[in-house]
Design a protein around this ligand. Structure first.
Ligand SMILES: [Ca+2]
Ligand SMILES: [Ca+2]
Length: 162
């Protein structure tokens, strides 16, 4: 699965670098289909109030003020932008990346599911469940940033930090 993820990332990197040299002077800078997450072109774009549901494969999701994000399986990349409404992001199985650095939420629960996941939080109060409670031995990396955050490792001898 790790090899598959690397191949996918390399493929996206090639697309991004190829597109960087295409001049589009007549296009607005922030066209909806130009949205990116971690410099990857979005495959799914969620708008205000949308319930965003990913595919079983690797998705690149950019959700702006959406009401729900459930990425499904695959190694997903998720960026959430704005103030909600949303109270749960579920990245599902796979080695996922969840970025909330552009979110400004009153509260959000994040479930990373199985896989070697990476979470980067922002100023929102974030409650992150890494997925170890589900029998997941993969190492997750969690950085919650500012705000009153909680991280649930779900495993004995692994601190649950507030
Ligand atoms: Ca997916
Ligand atoms: Ca996962």
């Amino acid at each position: 699965m790790i090899q598959s993820s690397l191949t996918t990332l390399l493929a996206y990197a090639l697309v991004v670098s190829a597109g960087a040299f295409v001049a589009t002077p007549l296009m607005p800078a922030a066209a909806a289909d130009d949205q990116t997450c971690r410099e990857l072109d979005a495959t799914i774009v969620g708008g205000p109030g949308d319930r965003v549901v990913g595919t079983p494969e690797a998705d690149v999701i950019v959700a702006t003020n959406s009401s729900r994000v459930s990425a499904g399986g695959g190694d997903d990349t998720i960026c959430y932008i704005g103030q909600g409404p949303i109270n749960e992001i579920d990245s599902g199985d796979g080695d996922d990346y969840v970025d909330l650095t552009q979110g400004d939420l009153e509260h959000v629960s994040v479930k990373l599911g199985r896989g070697a996941d990476l979470f980067v939080g922002g100023d929102s109060p974030e409650h992150v469940t890494t997925g170890n409670a589900l029998g997941d031995d993969a190492v997750d990396r969690v950085s919650t940033g500012a705000g009153k955050d909680r991280v649930y490792s779900g495993r004995d001898a692994v601190p649950t930090r507030t």
